[in-house]
Design a protein around this ligand. Structure first.
Ligand code: AMP
Ligand code: MG
Length: 691
């Protein structure tokens, strides 16, 4: 739970009253409590907004709540402005200065005149403010454009230099300008601060441990694009309020840990990943359109891809822990590889190429070895160079040591030698700033080499997906226990935990429950908060003892996907306490095939990984097989001597065949009549990320 009960985010406006109908570029407020947001509130002008905020704070305080209110305009100006304007570097002096002078009525205000006055006083009438938004009235001291503008202060605050795409507070009009919002917002902040004196702390100027905190925000920092049916400003305040309301106290402390005494800071700047934790899945994310009976494999996959999204926040890990993790943000090269031009061989370096024929060059003293800082070579000379050495200034070509003779102090060799021979150019592999790791990629050992070589020591990765595994059925006992007649050992749970480990997720063993709905409910409830997704096996059809599907459907969140695939039974998909549940068939063969084909990409997507498409190969069959149209078929298979064999029996209880196989043959949805030698699609287990 956040340390604040209520989070309010306000999208401010420097303009006039926007009328009674909700519209964009007006003032909007979003309220969220513990991740649950109210509908955004439209506020047509600043005095209405001020009253609404004050009333809300009163109500929250009356209930003993702590409330954070965020405003999307700078709380301070670039360094030294406060002192020049008020004689004090205290940002609140600037708030009060504006409060005493700004006249604000719904249809008119004096912000441009005031900016002109400030400019005349501080910048000879040419700055720091610019852009007069009044088309019909010139304002003395306020440049209309940047052509005769000079600014005695910094263009941007330290925060804005870091926040890509943010605007300077000096520009008062024009697309994206925030200057007017500040001038028209600070008086409101000043009054609210006075009204709640002793109960409000303004971050980062004061420690936010009072019942009320005012913070500066910039929604574009962490909020993605608005859904089609929402006004952008409304979406941004609602979503930012939600993001902040789900921060843990430790995360909030990290967000607040900023020193920016005069200029202020944007909440979350520098730790955006803490706020960007993704929204939960919708409860109806597996719902099928009405009338769907059999779903082809490709449609089912496309549906999963479209309905699911990453559910995990990011964390920073060192390269030593990055293997198999999923990049949460693009990484760029800190440095080029190679960083400097260097020699690819042991030999002798000099300037320019040499034509055919014999050449002799005086040898300079010393040598250049890997790790040496590049020196310089006198013109017309050659120098000894060792593999990996940065080329000394004056060297652009290297001749192999095997191709030369040294006579006294002279290097002799035969041309031609092309200019640039045996050297590597700086950045020929990777240029500085190039993307070395793309978000969504599962990090390989080779990726780690590239990251290290280009100066990256730690990466932002998604937290690991925790996947619960539960077996169901009265007939199931764990290997090692005593099995009564009629009972079988649990093969699925250890298999699924093994597959999950190879996918890179954290398997959570939820054990086994019998065919008992209440026991199943209790077990799933107990897993809440411990898992991000759940795999069950058995009991997923629509029969009397199919308690997984019965329970999910009782909770109103079951969809039985009848996928046209063999082996496979209906896949029971549902949500339990916010976690997606994949109800796999009980038969181990079907359970494994469904996991590889459907659960694997679905889990990858939840984990933040790019949708994985298993790569197959068309190879000659070493078998014959006839199939009817309608269902895609997967056969347990392996390659021997360039041909693919399939397991003798297709029975879906044959676990030995799973173990025998090293991959799957995929037969198309259409009818097929495979003869030995025909090409069939073989997908090795490795293409599913497993062995
Ligand atoms: P069900 O999907 O519950 O109808 O089960 C289909 C078949 O799979 C039955 O023969 C079950 O006994 C078998 N089965 C179910 N769960 C497991 C398991 N965890 N390990 C091995 N076989 C299982
Ligand atoms: Mg069963």
């Amino acid at each position: 739970m956040s340390a604040f009960d209520t989070i309010v985010m306000v999208d401010w406006s420097g303009g006039n009253d926007t009328g009674p109908t909700p519209r964009k570029d007006a003032i909007w407020a979003g309220v969220s409590r513990g991740g649950v947001s109210d509908a955004p509130v439209y506020l047509r002008n600043r005095s209405e907004a001020e009253l609404w905020i004050a009333t809300l704070i009163d109500a929250e305080l009356a209930q003993g709540h702590r409330v954070m209110v965020g405003f999307d305009f700078p709380f301070g100006y670039p360094a030294d402005f406060a002192g020049a304007l008020t004689g004090s570097s205290d940002p609140f002096a600037v708030w009060d200065w504006f409060e005493a002078r700004v006249e604000d009525a719904p249809k008119a205000n004096n912000r441009f005149d005031l900016a002109g006055e400030i400019n005349l006083g501080l910048g000879g009438g040419q700055g720091p403010f610019w852009a007069n938004g009044l088309p019909n009235r010139d304002i003395t001291g306020l440049p209309r454009t940047k052509s005769d503008y000079t600014n005695p202060f910094a263009e941007k605050r330290a925060a804005e230099l870091l926040a890509k795409g943010s605007f300077t507070c000096w520009q008062l009009a024009g697309a994206g300008a925030v200057g007017s919002q500040v001038v028209m917002g600070l008086p409101v902040l000043s009054r609210l601060r006075a009204r709640f004196a002793g109960r409000v702390a303004v971050w980062p100027f004061e420690t936010p441990d009072a019942p009320v905190a005012f913070v500066e925000v910039w929604p574009s920092l962490t909020v993605g694009p608005a859904p089609d049916d929402m006004i952008k400003d409304a979406w941004q305040v609602q979503e930012l309020a939600r993001q902040v309301s789900v921060l843990t106290p430790a995360e909030l402390a990290q967000v607040f840990d900023v020193q920016a005494p005069e200029e202020g800071w944007i909440l979350g700047l520098g730790v955006e990943h803490l706020l960007k934790a993704p929204p939960p899945l919708r409860n109806d994310c597996f719902a099928l359109p009405p009338g769907v009976h059999w779903t082809p494999v490709d449609d089912a996959l496309e549906r999963l891809r479209a309905r699911l999204h990453p559910v995990l926040p990011a964390e920073e890990v060192g390269l030593g822990e990055a293997l198999g993790r999923i990049a949460a943000a693009d990484v760029r090269a800190q440095r080029a590889n190679p960083p400097l031009p260097n020699t690819a061989v042991d030999g002798y370096g000099f300037a320019g190429g040499r034509a055919a024929g014999a050449h002799a060059l005086p040898l300079a003293e010393g040598r250049a070895a890997a790790g040496d800082a590049p020196g310089s070579l006198p013109a017309g000379h050659a120098i000894r160079v060792l593999t990996g050495a940065a080329l000394p200034a004056g060297v652009d070509t290297v001749v192999l040591q095997e191709d030369v003779t040294i006579v006294g102090d002279t290097l002799r060799f035969n041309g031609p030698v092309k200019q640039g021979a045996n050297t590597r150019k700086a950045g020929e592999d990777v240029t500085a700033g190039a993307v070395t790791l793309a978000a969504g990629r599962r990090i390989t050992a080779a990726d780690i080499a590239l990251l290290a070589a280009t100066g990256t020591a730690s990466v932002l990765v998604h937290k690991q997906l925790r996947v619960g595994v539960l077996s169901t059925g009265d007939e199931i006992v764990e290997a090692g226990q005593i099995a009564a007649e009629g009972q079988i050992f649990d093969a699925n749970r250890p298999m699924l935990l093994g597959l999950l480990a190879q996918f890179g997720h954290r398997g959570v063993d939820l054990g086994h429950v019998g065919d008992d709905r209440e026991a199943l409910r209790t077990r799933l409830d107990a897993a809440q908060g411990e898992v991000d997704a759940i795999l069950t096996s058995g009991g997923a059809s629509a029969g009397d003892e199919d308690h997984v599907s019965a329970l999910l459907s009782e909770a109103g969140a079951l969809d039985l996907w009848r996928i046209a695939v063999k082996p496979g039974r209906p896949l029971a998909l549902g949500m339990w306490q916010g976690a997606p549940v994949f109800g796999l068939p009980g038969n181990p063969v079907a359970a494994m095939v469904c996991t590889l084909i459907f659960a694997r990409p679905a889990l990858a997507r939840l984990a933040g990984q790019d949708w994985p498409v298993p790569q197959g190969f068309d190879v000659p069959a070493d078998f014959s097989k006839r199939k009817k149209p309608g269902r895609r078929e997967y056969l347990r298979a392996r390659m021997r001597d360039g041909r693919v064999q399939v397991f003798a029996s297709e029975g879906s209880g044959r676990i030995s065949g799973l173990s025998w196989a090293e991959g799957l043959v995929e037969l198309p949805d259409a009818a097929a009549d495979v003869q030995p030698g025909d090409l069939v699609r073989y997908i090795p287990y490795g293409s599913f990320g497993v062995t």
